[in-house]
Design a binder for this molecule. Structure first.
Ligand code: TYD
Length: 203
């Protein structure tokens, strides 16, 4: 089997970070060589940009500036981490990728999908082979986030209506790309979700 690029998407607190780690472990158990990584971040330069994005006040950046920063981080991550891993025959499991920008900055924070798509085409130009959308009820996700408590809460501070719009945005995007997306109900216990993820990714 050739190297695979698998991304996870979902709202804040959806459980996708846990599920990405569980899938990477299951793939390693199956004998695959896996790089587990995340966005924003995943390379030293992109992790520096991450701190600018996830901390501080909601109005720290306009949606347009956010698109540029997330895309700059993604370009560095692709150049330094993702592309070299795939070229070396390693699988890549990535916690968020370009679909997050399409939904957060392109549809929910603002109606800027054209800008997101144009920049993506010019500077990124690739999609994952498979995207797992962990679709989680907003109240369940909020309780999980509350239990976690972190300084990286800039996007959570946009509030519950924002999270609700994100959830719808991700589902719409998934419906428009059925060949690439696999939607999994993330409101259930971790191990049940993990079993479905493994079935979707290892089939
Ligand atoms: P992440 O580390 O996945 O946070 P969490 O584990 O809480 O889901 O992502 C940090 C935040 O950045 C998250 O609120 C979503 C946001 N984000 C965007 O708005 N656009 C993007 O392109 C990406 C990758 C993330």
């Amino acid at each position: 089997m050739p190297a695979r690029f698998i991304s996870f998407e979902g709202i804040d607190g959806s459980g996708k970070t846990t599920q990405a780690a569980l899938l990477a472990a299951a793939m390693r158990d199956a004998g695959r060589d896996v790089v587990l990584t995340r966005e924003p971040g995943g390379s030293p330069g992109a992790e520096s940009i991450r701190r600018l994005l996830v901390e501080g006040k909601t109005d720290r950046w306009s949606p347009e500036t956010e698109i540029l920063l997330f895309t700059a981080a993604r370009r560095d991550h692709l150049e330094r981490t993702i592309a070299p891993a795939l070229a070396a025959g390693r699988d890549v499991v990535c916690d968020r990728f370009a679909d997050s920008t399409r939904v957060y900055q392109g549809a929910v924070r603002a109606d800027l999908r054209e800008m997101v798509d144009a920049l993506h085409a010019r500077t990124i130009g690739r999609e994952p082979d498979l995207t797992i959308l962990i679709d989680t009820d907003v109240d369940v996700a909020r309780r999980r986030e509350g239990a976690r408590r972190s300084s990286e809460d800039r996007f959570e501070r946009f509030g519950p209506a924002f999270q609700d719009a994100l959830r719808k945005g991700f589902l719409e995007l998934a419906a428009s790309r059925p060949d690439r997306f696999h939607v999994i109900d993330g409101s259930r216990p971790e191990q049940e979700v993990a079993a479905d993820v493994a079935r979707a990714a290892l089939a």
